[in-house]
Design a protein around this ligand. Structure first.
Ligand code: NDP
Length: 448
């Protein structure tokens, strides 16, 4: 698809000029503008009132130095970011990522996507993202704590329970959220719901840990059911073995699927007998070790070094749950040739755009990240509600709300796609449905 509307073409040129070298951000904005072209043509007031120009420019970008001291007394300096993309429908909300690949471009594109995703949840949350190029891998607990405290020493100025509520993402789990929360409390003297993904003993929500993976499966099951299919009896490949992957495997298995492969950033395991998830949790969650250790106690399994080969394993359903750009065009073609009929994104932007186009052209059901993995942020918003009420719902109550939200998201995006002439294109439907709510709020709030 290429942009045809002259206003949108000019706007895209401006985005390229204003964000030179930020290729991931440019790709994402282009793809969203392409999807919403029919909306823009149907609603000229969006152009007249400058809504689109405001929409593609983050409201605020904060970039800061994060100095910390390692266990040997050596000083290190990392760079921290918080991109607050859009607050039209609620306080900024989005995860913090700690990984060497973090750049302003990555954080900016994730924040932009987060705005649309958060809108789809139907909950009152705006879009943001943050992080640092710090690598928690191989660091001691004390080093991670010192880093998190230093990161918060700057971040606390820009966040708050009614202003911006960060959460976890790659490299930021319960341990890091705890250290960040402790430092925020110390700096501000406030005990409030300023972060989500907190431990249960200090304001966390039951089912938040499971939410993204479970939500992915609830969404995917609804999409499959609408096409007369289901997880039941299906063979599934899941990439990654972190938070999202682990609970996607758990729920897919509960729904009757057989998951045969998982991976980490070094390589992948293939177990035709079905992945023993308890063993993976022991390796990755408890011992923080490498997934290749799985084969030592599972004679039916093999380990292969390198990640992309995971998509050569024959499957009915593929759930990419590791990181961005992990399904290339070539991987998509292999999945299609092997009879895969559904790809649903647990990670953010794991499928490159030519691969998405190839999957859609081949009639593969494609669940885009901003819809399929919105369960994490939706449950974070439920955590915010519980914090505001000073009350906790049971696991079953949160899980039921999560399921209802994910089923609702599927129907909302399917119907938006149909209304705007692209039935079955859930990527376009998600962009349109997410954008419409934000755009209406922006129109109501004027130029700000
Ligand atoms: P984790 O850090 O818990 O896990 C990430 C997993 O992906 C790890 O197994 C990691 O391996 C693996 N991985 C990292 N890079 C690569 C790579 N290049 N190739 C293959 N595997 C890789 O992160 P999450 O599970 O929380 O997040 C995964 C994705 O889901 C991200 O895109 C994130 O933005 C997205 N997401 C997460 C949400 C959440 O609630 N956690 C919510 C919505 C989206 P290793 O162990 O070697 O590092």
């Amino acid at each position: 698809m290429a942009l045809k509307n002259s206003y949108l073409c000019d706007l895209m040129k401006k985005v390229e000029q204003r964000n030179p070298g930020d290729t991931q951000f440019q790709i994402t904005v282009r793809s969203v503008l392409e999807s919403i072209e029919p909306v823009v043509e149907a609603r000229p007031e969006l152009i007249e009132k400058g809504v689109l120009e405001m929409f593609v420019e983050p409201e605020r970008i904060v970039k800061f130095r994060v100095p910390w001291v390692d266990d040997a007394g050596k000083v290190h300096v990392n760079r921290g970011y918080r991109v607050q993309s859009n607050s039209a429908i609620g306080p900024y909300k989005g995860g913090l990522r700690l990984h060497p690949s973090v750049t302003e471009d990555i954080v900016k594109f994730l924040a932009f996507e987060q705005t649309l995703k958060n809108s789809l949840t139907t909950l009152p949350i705006g879009g943001a993202k943050g992080g640092s190029d710090f690598d928690p891998k191989g660091k001691s607990d004390m080093e991670v704590m010192r880093f998190c405290q230093s990161f918060m020493n700057e971040l606390y100025r820009h966040i708050g329970p009614d202003c911006d509520v960060p959460a976890g993402d790659i490299g930021v789990g319960a341990r890091e959220i705890g250290y960040l929360y402790g430092q925020y409390k110390k700096l501000t003297g406030q005990y409030c719901g300023v972060l989500t993904g907190k431990g249960l003993s200090y304001g966390g929500s039951l089912a938040r840990t499971q939410a993204t993976g479970y939500g992915l499966c609830y969404f995917t099951e609804e999409m499959l059911n609408a096409a007369g299919k289901s997880f039941k009896g299906a063979t599934v490949v899941v990439s990654g073995s972190g938070n999202v992957a682990t609970y996607a495997v758990e729920k897919a298995t509960q729904l009757g699927a057989k998951v045969v492969a998982m991976s980490d950033s070094n390589g992948y395991i293939h177990d035709p007998d079905g992945i023993d998830l308890a063993a993976v949790k022991q390796i990755k969650e408890v011992r923080r070790a490498r997934i290749k250790e799985y084969v030592a106690n599972h004679p039916s399994a093999t380990y292969t070094e390198g990640c992309s080969g995971i998509w050569t394993i024959k499957c009915d359903i593929a759930l990419p749950c590791a990181t961005q750009n992990e399904i290339s065009l070539e991987s998509a073609q292999t999945l299609i040739a092997n009879g895969c009929y559904c790809v649903s994104e647990g990670a953010n932007m794991p499928t490159v755009i030519p691969a998405i186009e190839a999957l859609q052209a081949a009639g593969v059901l494609f669940g885009p990240a901003k819809a399929a993995n919105a369960g994490g942020v939706a449950t974070s918003a439920l955590e915010m509600s519980q914090n505001s009420m000073r009350y906790s719902w049971t696991f079953e109550e949160v899980d039921a709300k999560l399921k209802q939200i994910m089923v609702g998201i599927y129907h909302n995006i399917a119907s938006a796609a149909k209304t705007y002439g692209c039935e079955g294109n859930f990527e376009a439907g998600a962009n349109i449905a997410g954008f419409l709510k934000v755009a209406d709020a922006m129109l109501a709030q004027g130029v700000c």
